[in-house]
Design a protein around this ligand. Structure first.
Ligand code: AMP
Ligand code: MG
Length: 346
């Protein structure tokens, strides 16, 4: 299959309309959102949705998010719209917040992996909204990477993984948030299943107490149930060993310098994902400055691109842990999974 590339800015009307038709007719189109690039199919067509799983090599038990272009579309996809959902939609939609509630009959089992609930989000990215409108159906879309790899935050990343496997990609440049949406379940107590750009603190200002699933920052044991099936799968892994140093800033830098030297002495090639604050600690070492520790959102924006940049080019990637509040929670959730929970704390 040839994968067509459309440019969101230069061919806006034409490309989006063509891609909307491809989706309506059962094909696969990767498109930009403010979080990461999504791989979209007609969310009401079980056969089209099955093709997403094939193209990504995604485990069958990992459900997808339905993307809508207006808030009122959730009425058709859920059994009813709970009050908390209304408040959250008014506060954060369009935006990087996915809400889970009991599904209606029109949602195919392929979307929900057989679960009685469905995840829905209204993205903020203009191209994503235009594509959903052009398709005229909710778009089921996971991240547009091969399963297990870092999520794509640029059209080139999509092509690296998906060229020849999907019908088209719309190039809309780099993604603003850089990590996937916050996933909040509204079945029972509101619970964050996956942290993202909308933080726990922001959610609590609107609906009060919000729980965080234990799977967010640690691996689940065999007998623990996964509230979000995606949490138990291997994720975001580059082709290199990733090690995360945690502790105070000074300690982190010392650990990384020590481990870097040990690895190099063993003949391994290394890169450090450093920050503005620690840059000077890594003098004479290979270091890629990915953002500012005081603004974890800046680290979120760059993490996946950095993992892809060094994937297959070095043996080891050393990264810095950050405090797990605000956007730091989303950053640590992705980083720890990319590292397979390979943590050094001294
Ligand atoms: P991705 O499509 O790669 O962004 O992943 C979507 C995430 O949302 C995965 O972690 C899924 O497990 C989670 N998810 C989607 N639908 C549901 C649902 N109905 N219940 C629980 N988690 C869900
Ligand atoms: Mg994904």
């Amino acid at each position: 299959m040839k994968t067509e590339v459309y440019n969101a800015t230069t061919q806006k009307e034409n490309g989006t309309n063509i891609c909307g038709r491809i989706i309506r007719d059962g094909g696969l189109v990767a498109f930009p959102t403010e979080t990461v690039y999504g791989l979209g199919a007609n969310g009401l067509d079980g056969d089209a949705v099955r093709r997403i799983f094939e193209a990504k090599g995604r485990p069958q038990d990992n459900p997808l998010i339905l993307h809508v272009a207006k808030k009122s579309d959730v009425k058709d996809l859920w059994q009813h719209v709970p009050d908390d959902a209304r408040r959250l939609m008014d506060a954060f939609w369009p935006g990087p917040l996915t809400l889970i509630f009991l599904k209606s009959d029109i949602v195919p089992d392929e979307v929900t992996a057989g679960l009685p609930t469905v995840a829905v989000r209204m993205p903020e990215h203009k191209t994503a909204l235009a594509l959903i409108r052009a398709a005229g159906v909710p778009i089921a879309a996971p991240s547009a990477n091969l399963s297990g790899k870092p999520s794509p935050t640029a059209a080139e990343h999509v092509l690296d993984d998906m060229d020849g496997r999907i019908d088209a990609v719309i190039d809309g440049g780099a993604c603003r948030v850089g990590v996937e949406s916050t996933v909040l379940s509204l079945v029972g107590k509101p619970t964050i299943l996956r942290p993202g750009g909308i933080t726990r603190e922001m959610l609590e200002q609107v609906i009060g107490a919000v729980e965080v699933s234990p799977a967010v920052l640690r691996p689940l044991s065999e007998d623990e149930p996964a509230e979000s099936p995606g949490m138990k799968h291997k994720h975001y892994a580059p082709d290199a060993e990733v090690v995360v140093a945690v502790g105070s800033v000074r300690k982190i830098a010392a650990i990384i310098c020590r481990e870097y030297d040990i690895a190099e002495a063993m003949g391994k090639s290394c890169i450090i994902l450093g920050t503005k604050q620690t840059q000077s600690c890594y003098h004479g070492m290979r270091c890629d400055i990915i953002g500012d520790r005081d603004e974890p959102a800046s680290l979120c924006r760059e993490l996946f691109a950095a993992l892809r940049r060094h994937s297959g080019k070095v043996d080891m990637i050393f990264a810095e842990g950050v405090p797990e509040d605000d956007s730091g929670l989303a950053y640590m959730n992705r980083l720890l999974r990319a590292a397979g929970f390979n943590i050094i704390s001294d």
